[in-house]
Design a protein. Structure first.
Length: 320
């Protein structure tokens, strides 16, 4: 039984490291679970206070589901609430969580996870009538390399893979691929088109495993495309650290207890979002396309009409 549980833990961790980083591990002790929940709720409340406009969707089986609305553009308009949601994995949702999502009126969910993530973590649990679309974003082989490191249980190999700045460089390479990979660009572009052209009463949610890298880049792009200042979009990007902190700490502790990693803190650079990672993608965008507008138009192939529909669909108030 213990061996089975360790293999299951290893599989969940390994699949999540590839681009989404790590999901929370199950906490079986009731006291520990209560304490962890309290700390998570405190972190969520603090994040909400700092962001001011953030609406976190409280779920038992996911920690980083948020409404992308509320942010102000440079022209004084506001992103509408209840139109676009960003999230982490939905595979472990409870029946109550599914009911909560149903109350949001979701019609479409886009899953950025690669097939091996879905295989290990499970398919999304969604309300009846919600359309699921898979648009997997390539992980540049990070998944396979991380399987080798964690699965080996070898501290030396893990240090070689993730230590001495290697984990950080892996993440920067992933972020650069959001700009350089034609396949990745096409998937991000498809989501923006979905949002621009869908019906008014059809909210959409997109997610990956931890809701921070692929989902974070998508959210940054969407906010910037409708005119939200870069500083505000960056703060939304960095909020994943607040919402995920306690779940990720439990994951590292679980790896240590399971004997899979002697130094699970090697995973911290993979678990966190950092301005440096976002900056790698933005620098690549400048190099390849001269900035955001060139990336949206040339890199993603979005025309003026689509960008105008995106703003009309998502913004309210202020001047056009």
């Amino acid at each position: 039984m213990r061996a089975t549980r360790i293999r299951r833990t290893a599989g969940a961790v390994i699949s999540a490291v590839a681009l989404g980083t790590l999901p929370s591990l199950a906490v079986t002790d009731a006291t520990a679970q209560t304490a962890a929940t309290a700390r998570r709720d405190a972190a969520t409340a603090a994040a909400d206070r700092r962001a001011g406009t953030v609406r976190h969707i409280a779920l038992q089986g996911a920690v980083n589901v948020r409404d992308l609305g509320g942010y102000r553009t440079e022209q004084g308009r506001q992103v509408r609430y209840g139109q676009v949601y960003r999230g982490d994995s939905l595979s472990e949702l409870t029946d109550s969580d599914v009911s909560t999502l149903a109350a949001l009126g979701l019609r479409t969910v886009v899953d950025f996870r690669v097939p091996l993530e879905v295989e290990h973590d499970g398919a999304d649990r969604l309300p009846e009538g919600v359309t699921l679309t898979s648009r997997s974003v390539n992980d540049l082989g990070l998944y396979a390399r991380t399987i080798e490191a964690i699965g080996s249980k070898d501290p030396v190999r893990q240090q070689e893979m993730l230590g001495d700045g290697n984990a950080e460089e892996l993440m920067r390479s992933i972020y650069r691929s959001f700009v350089t990979s034609p396949g990745n660009r096409s998937r991000f572009a498809a989501v923006l088109r979905d949002i621009a052209h869908r019906k008014q009463s059809a909210p959409l949610l997109y997610h990956c495993t931890s809701g921070k890298d692929r989902t974070g880049w998508m959210s940054y792009l969407l906010l910037r495309a409708v005119g939200v200042p870069s500083g505000t979009a960056t703060r939304d990007f960095l909020l994943s650290n607040d919402f995920r902190r306690e779940a990720d700490r439990r994951t590292r502790e679980g790896l240590r207890r399971a004997g899979l990693m002697e130094n699970p803190d090697l995973l911290v650079p993979l678990q966190e979002v950092r301005e440096d990672y976002l900056g790698a993608a933005l620098d690549q965008m400048d190099d390849d396309y001269g900035g955001l507008d060139g990336y949206l138009r040339e890199g993603l192939g979005l025309d003026t009409a689509t960008l105008a529909k995106l703003r009309a669909r998502l913004l309210r108030g202020g001047r056009a």
